[in-house]
Design a protein around this ligand. Structure first.
Ligand code: PRP
Length: 190
C-alpha cells in the first residue's frame, strides 16, 4: 500500500504524539469540572464508524480516566443522496440520559455528518456533549459545527488517506496519513 502514497502528510510518530497531547487535554478538562453527570457515571466515548476506528483505539488507550465506549455508524450522503439525508445505521447500544459524551471523528469536512449526529445525541439530553476530531477541513465547511478538540487542520485541496481514512474503502490501515499518487485515483471512487 505504501507505494501508492505520493507523500506523507502526518507520520505515524507525529500522529501518536498529537494523540497523546489531545488525551492530556481531554483528561485535564474532564477532571476539572468537565463531568456533569448527576450520577457520576464515567465518560462515554462515542466513535463514528468506520473512519474513527484507529484514532479512537489510540485515543481511549491514552485517556487515563474511567470511561466506557460505544460506536455509531451513519450512511454517507455522498452516495447520491443530499447532504440533509444522513441516516443512522448503527446507534448506541443503550440510552444515554444525562451522561457526559465525547464524540470521536476522524475528519470533519462539510460538517453534515457531525451536525446530524450532534442533533440526534443532543435530543437525548446528555449532561455534556463534546467533539474530538483528528483532522479538520474548516475551509470545506457547509454547516457550522462545534469541534472542541482538533488534532490537525488540513491545508486546502488536499485529499488524504490512511489511519482510518479511505479511498474506495482501501488505505484505512496505513499507520500514517498521506496523499495518494494520482494514478491510484479512479473515477467514481472515494
Ligand atoms: C467521513 C468521515 C466523517 C465524514 C465527514 O465518513 O469519517 O464521518 O465523512 O464528512 P462531512 O463533514 O462532509 O460530513 P464517511 O462517510 O466517508 O464514512 P467512513 O467513516 O466509513 O469512512
Amino acid at each position: 500500500m505504501r507505494e501508492h502514497i505520493e507523500r506523507v502528510i502526518f507520520s505515524a510518530e507525529e500522529i501518536q504524539r498529537r494523540v497523546q497531547e489531545l488525551a492530556r487535554q481531554i483528561v485535564r478538562d474532564y477532571q476539572n469540572g468537565g463531568k456533569r453527570d448527576p450520577y457520576g457515571r464515567p465518560l462515554l466515548v462515542v466513535g463514528l464508524l468506520k473512519g474513527a476506528m484507529p484514532f479512537m483505539a489510540d485515543l481511549v488507550r491514552a485517556l487515563d480516566i474511567p470511561l466506557e465506549y460505544d460506536f455509531m455508524a451513519v450512511s454517507s450522503y455522498r452516495n447520491g443522496t443530499s447532504p440533509g439525508e444522513v441516516r443512522i445505521l448503527k446507534d448506541l447500544d443503550r440510552a444515554i440520559g444525562r451522561r457526559d459524551l465525547l464524540i470521536v471523528e476522524d475528519i470533519v469536512d462539510t460538517g453534515h455528518t457531525l451536525r446530524h449526529i450532534l442533533r440526534s445525541l443532543q435530543a437525548r439530553e446528555p449532561a455534556s456533549l463534546r467533539v474530538c476530531a483528528l483532522l479538520d477541513k474548516p475551509h470545506r465547511r457547509e454547516v457550522e459545527v462545534p469541534v472542541d478538540y482538533v488534532g490537525f487542520v488540513l491545508p486546502e485541496n488536499v485529499f488524504v488517506v490512511g489511519y482510518g481514512l479511505d479511498y474506495g474503502e482501501l488505505y484505512r490501515n496505513l499507520p500514517f496519513i498521506g496523499v495518494l499518487k494520482p494514478e491510484y485515483l479512479r473515477e467514481g471512487q472515494g
